[in-house]
Design a protein around this ligand. Structure first.
Ligand code: V47
Ligand code: SF4
Length: 376
C-alpha cells in the first residue's frame, strides 16, 4: 500500500505515537486492549476520541439515531439494600415515606396506554422484601394477557438475584418461570462498577459482579436479550471503568446477548455521596466516546436523557451515541430524586424527533430489539 493510501485510510493522526497507533487500529477495525483504553482516558483529548467514536458510530449506524416509545413502572422504592449513591430508595422501616404499588395499581398504569403507540414497558424498582417472585409472575401474566404486543423489559439483576434466592431457586429455574410468564428482556441496571473494592464502597450489600454477569449470561442462554449499564463519575478510577467494560465485552463475545451499553452519570442530589462533585460534560462525552471505541461488540450505545439532560444527550450524538432511549412519561423518579435537571422527564415523539434532527441525525423509532417501527 502506498503512503498516500495509508494516509487516506487513517484520516486522524496524532503527535503522540501511542494515540496514533490506537487511531490506526480503530480505522482498521481492530480491537483495542485494556492498556490502550486506559491511555485514551489518560492522554487523549475530547476531539480526538470524539472523531474516532463518530467514525465507528457512522460505520455501524450511518446517521441513524434510535429512540423508542416506552413507559416505566416503578413498583416500589422500598428497598432492602442501601446503595450510597441512591437517592430514591427508602428502607422497609421507613416505607411510609415511599410507595408500594399493588398489581391493580400497576395494571391501571398499563391500561392508561391502551390504544397508544408505546411498544415497551420497562419495570424497575427497589427490592421490596414482600414483593416476591410469584407477585411479579402474576404481574407479568396479567400484562401479557391484557396487551400481548407490549414488550416487557423488566427487573435488574439486583432484583432478580433477591427474588430467586428468596424463592430458593437457581437463576436458571427462576428465569425460566419469569420468561414463561411473559418477561422478554432485562434492563441493564445494578451493574454500577464491577470492581470489588469500589462496590464495597458504594453498594456493599447487593449482588456482586459475578452474580450480575451470571444472571445476564443465563438470560442470554435462554434466548433473552439484555442491556448493561455502568455508573461512573463517583469514586471509581479510569482503570475500574476499563475493567467494567472488559468484563462486559468478554461476556458479549461469549453470548452476543447484549443490545446496548448505557453509561449512567452519577448524580449527587439527596444521597450519601452528595459531597462528590458530578463529572463535567467534557468527561461525560469523553466516556461515551471511549465506550464506543472499547465496546466493539455492543451494537448500540445509549445516552439516557432523563439522567444526562436532553441537551447533553443531543450533544452525545456526535460522540458515539446512536440511541437516546425513549419518549418515556413522567413516571420515572430515579433521576429526578437524584437531582437531574429533568424533574418530570417526558418528551413527546415530536420533541424527540426534533432533538435528533437538530443534531443532523436521522430519527428512527425502534422496538426493544431494534426492529424498525418508523423512519422519520
Ligand atoms: O442501577 C441510581 C442508577 C440504575 C443514581 O436498560 C443512579 O434500558 C446516577 O438501570 N445517579 C437503574 N445513577 C436505571 C437503569 C436503566 C435506566 C434506563 C434504561 C435502562 C435500560 C436501564 O440507576 C441503577 C443505578 O446505576 N442510579 N441512583 C444516581 N444517584
Ligand atoms: Fe435499592 Fe437499587 Fe437504590 Fe440500590 S440502587 S438502594 S438496589 S433501589
Amino acid at each position: 500500500m502506498t503512503e498516500q493510501a495509508i494516509e487516506k485510510k487513517i484520516p486522524l493522526t496524532h503527535t503522540d505515537p501511542d494515540l496514533n497507533r490506537i487511531a490506526e487500529k480503530i480505522y482498521n477495525g481492530q480491537r483495542i486492549d485494556q492498556e490502550e483504553g486506559l491511555l485514551l482516558f489518560e492522554k487523549a483529548d475530547l476531539p480526538f476520541v470524539g472523531t474516532l467514536a463518530n467514525h465507528v458510530r457512522e460505520k455501524l449506524h450511518g446517521n441513524i439515531t434510535y429512540f423508542n416509545r416506552n413507559f416505566h413502572i416503578e413498583p416500589t422504592n422500598v428497598c432492602v439494600f442501601s446503595c450510597h449513591f441512591c437517592s430514591y430508595s427508602r428502607l422497609y422501616a421507613k416505607r411510609e415515606e415511599g410507595w408500594e404499588l399493588s398489581i391493580d395499581d400497576m395494571m391501571n398504569i398499563v391500561k392508561n396506554y391502551d390504544g397508544k403507540p408505546e411498544t415497551e414497558v420497562h419495570i424497575v424498582g427497589g427490592v421490596h422484601p414482600k414483593m416476591n417472585l410469584y407477585f411479579f409472575i402474576d404481574l407479568l401474566k396479567q400484562i401479557r394477557a391484557h396487551r400481548p404486543d407490549l414488550h416487557i423489559k423488566g427487573f435488574t439483576a439486583v432484583e432478580l438475584d433477591y427474588m430467586f434466592r428468596k424463592a430458593k431457586l437457581s437463576v436458571e429455574e427462576g428465569m425460566i418461570l419469569l420468561k414463561e410468564a411473559g418477561l422478554q428482556s432485562l434492563p441493564g441496571g445494578g451493574a454500577e462498577i464491577f470492581d470489588h473494592e469500589i462496590r464495597q464502597q458504594i453498594c456493599p450489600d447487593k449482588v456482586d459482579a459475578e452474580g450480575w454477569l451470571h444472571i445476564h449470561e443465563t438470560a442470554h442462554q435462554l434466548g433473552m436479550h439484555s442491556n448493561a449499564t455502568m455508573l461512573y463519575g463517583h469514586v471509581e478510577k479510569y482503570e475500574h471503568r476499563i475493567d467494567h467494560m472488559e468484563r462486559l465485552r468478554n461476556l458479549q463475545d461469549k453470548t452476543r446477548g447484549f443490545n446496548t451499553f448505557i453509561p449512567l452519570k452519577f448524580r449527587n442530589g439527596g444521597n450519601d455521596m452528595s459531597h462528590i462533585a458530578e463529572a463535567s460534560i467534557i468527561e461525560d462525552l469523553k466516556l461515551y466516546a471511549i465506550a464506543r471505541l472499547y465496546m466493539d461488540n455492543f451494537p448500540h450505545l445509549k445516552a439516557y436523557w432523563p439522567m444526562l439532560g436532553r441537551k447533553n444527550a443531543q450533544l452525545s450524538l456526535a460522540f458515539g451515541v446512536n440511541d437516546i432511549d425513549g419518549t418515556i412519561d413522567d413516571t420515572t423518579k430515579i433521576y429526578s430524586m437524584a437531582g437531574s435537571e429533568e424533574q418530570t422527564p417526558s418528551m413527546s415523539t415530536e420533541e424527540i424527533v426534533q432533538l435528533i434532527r437538530q443534531a443532523n441525525r436521522k430519527p428512527v423509532e425502534r422496538d426493544t430489539l431494534y426492529g424498525v417501527v418508523k423512519e422519520y
